[in-house]
Design a binder for this molecule. Structure first.
Ligand code: FES
Length: 124
């Protein structure tokens, strides 16, 4: 998404996130943008880097395919790790005790955007 404000990175619109909705996002230029996933659960927005703590793979294989078959957990398609939506904690699979890396976001005028000052390079 584009935004007229300098240094503001809008990730997605809340209107595109029905409850338990998922939005795959990418911020930055070049070969290594920040790839993330935004989740709306019970009116609260969570955002995580799209990088599994087990082996560093992206969670999904297909666009916006992040949920397990029960619709309860974020799932990694590589080796089956399951993650809590609200905390990013791994609850099953090879990385139990680890967690997805949270991306600091805020909601402004119905849009989910990165908190100003987030260092995109810190997510490489
Ligand atoms: S890379 Fe995600 S479970 Fe192995």
């Amino acid at each position: 998404m584009t935004d007229e404000r300098p240094n503001v990175h809008v990730l997605c619109s809340l209107a595109t996130l029905p409850d338990l909705g998922i939005c795959e996002v990418s911020v930055g230029e070049g070969d290594w943008p920040l790839r993330g996933v935004v989740v709306l659960q019970h009116g609260v927005v969570h955002a995580y880097q799209n990088r599994c703590p087990h082996a560093g793979h992206a969670l999904n294989l297909r666009p916006n395919e992040f949920m397990d078959p029960t619709g309860t957990w974020l799932a990694c398609r590589s080796h089956g790790a399951l993650f809590d939506l609200a905390s990013g904690a791994c609850v099953a699979g090879p990385c139990v005790g680890d967690a997805l890396r949270r991306i600091p976001v805020r909601v402004v005028d119905g849009s989910v955007e990165l908190v100003p000052g987030v260092d995109l390079h810190a997510y490489l």
